[in-house]
Design a protein around this ligand. Structure first.
Ligand code: DX5
Ligand code: ZN
Length: 226
């Protein structure tokens, strides 16, 4: 089976001093979504940027903004990211006791809602909230930093989530984040992923279009990497 693969470059690996230009460049290079990593120095051991930066970038592209919130608490900030121009907002299952409420809030803001699973979090946590999900994001590194190595241990979880999504008959995106390269991308796709986040593998290169093509090139046709 051939799945359409979405590539979501992560701004975290871009040159922040030229952020608008970088966003225009990846858009021209064929990015499907822009992945925006929000870190609070509390839920994860790093600080990135907030809704004001997201809003400032919104006028540089028309592709969807895929906002990955690595913050706790998360609920008080959802409206600010909606207002900043997000289309998809994902919250970590581990961010607090009220995952269901966070997803309801994102949907009530008129956006697509996603849940993120850390490497140590089992696939089963999504089961009770499946009806509220538009996206499941599997971390293939521990969140907080770009440029880390892909965790092979997460591949069975990706496959398990693909089966859970297919069983719903609903169109829920299955996104992978961390250590995605032209080597690991085909393995993610073979396990059932349809959306790939890539920071270093896009912004760390000289040719964004070639990098995006390379990641997309791992599409699975009839069970074999094409
Ligand atoms: C890590 C972030 C990722 C990061 C990925 O916490 O969620 O989106 O930018 O970076 P690479 O692709 O370099 O592993
Ligand atoms: Zn991310």
């Amino acid at each position: 089976m051939t799945r359409n693969i979405r590539i979501a470059p992560s701004l975290l690996a871009a040159d922040f001093a030229r952020a608008g230009e970088e966003v225009r460049a990846v858009t021209a290079a064929g990015a499907d979504w822009l992945h925006l990593d929000i870190m609070d120095g509390h839920f994860v051991p790093n600080i990135s940027y907030g809704p004001a930066i997201v809003k400032a970038l919104r006028k540089h592209t028309t592709i969807p903004f895929d906002v990955h919130l690595m913050i706790a608490p998360v609920d008080p900030y959802l409206a600010a990211f909606a207002d900043a121009g997000a289309q998809v907002i994902s919250v970590h299952a581990e961010a607090g006791p009220h995952l269901h409420r966070s997803l309801q809030t994102i949907r009530a803001l008129g956006l697509q809602a996603g849940v993120v699973l850390n490497p140590g979090t089992p696939a089963g946590v999504v089961a009770p909230v499946m009806d509220l999900l538009d996206l499941i994001l599997v971390m293939t590194v521990n969140p907080g930093f770009g440029g880390q190595s892909f965790l092979d241990s997460q591949l069975p979880k990706i496959a398990a989530l693909r089966a859970m999504i297919d069983a719903t008959g609903r169109d829920i995106a299955l996104e992978i984040d961390g250590g995605v390269t032209s080597v690991t991308a085909p393995r993610c796709i073979a396990a059932g992923a349809d959306t790939l986040v890539a920071g270093t593998a896009v912004f760390g290169t000289d040719d964004y279009a070639a990098a995006i093509r390379g990641l997309r090139g791992g599409q699975v046709a009839n069970g074999k990497a094409a």
